[in-house]
Design a protein around this ligand. Structure first.
Ligand code: HEC
Length: 146
């Protein structure tokens, strides 16, 4: 029993000290997640073009799962949450329209999804620009606005 305890402690130590815990590695986890996001939205578009409803709903479901991962929340702000909700709602809409085999409905929901990508990225750029040291004052104004 003592041995198992030791081994557990050793493994826990390894995990705690491992590079996965460093900021750089968290960054690459994020990049991987964002890449998966891009891949699944490409698959989704392919599915739409081919009216392949399985492909459509699978990639929309993947997108929802990706948005549930902890790394997704790069910014913990109400606006980021709002755009995340828009993103999920659009993906859910895609799934339900694909169950109805409505290609028009799916296409419209895909458009909503794309709008959520654009809007969230616009927000992310605004926050990043505002956080540059030379724009300190604007960041304060931005925070007040929120
Ligand atoms: C709720 C916010 C949000 C939504 C919605 C969103 N993204 Fe992103 N996306 C981000 C953030 C934050 C980053 C930047 C991550 C970082 O710091 O590198 C990002 C980065 C990316 C990148 C760049 C990855 C890289 O390697 O630099 C791509 C491509 C991307 N998103 C595609 C999409 C697509 C396609 C959609 C819609 C289907 C989408 N995103 C929806 C927040 C969002």
């Amino acid at each position: 029993m003592k041995k198992i305890g030791l081994v557990t402690a050793f493994v826990a130590g390894l995990v705690l000290c491992s590079p996965w815990n460093t900021h750089a590695q968290q960054g690459s986890g994020l990049a991987k997640l964002m890449n998966e996001k891009l891949n699944n939205s490409k698959k989704l578009l392919e599915g739409i073009a081919l009216a392949d409803y399985n492909r459509i709903s699978n990639s929309a479901e993947e997108l929802i799962q990706i948005s549930r991962k902890a790394e997704w929340f790069v910014f913990k702000t109400p606006k980021f949450e709002l755009y995340t909700n828009e993103f999920r709602r659009a993906a859910e809409n895609i799934i339900s329209k694909s169950k109805e085999k409505s290609i028009d409905g799916v296409t419209l929901a895909y458009f909503e999804l794309t709008m959520s990508c654009v809007r969230c990225h616009q927000y992310v750029r605004e926050v990043r620009e505002a956080r540059l040291p030379s724009h300190g004052a604007e960041f304060v104004a931005f925070q007040v606005k929120e």
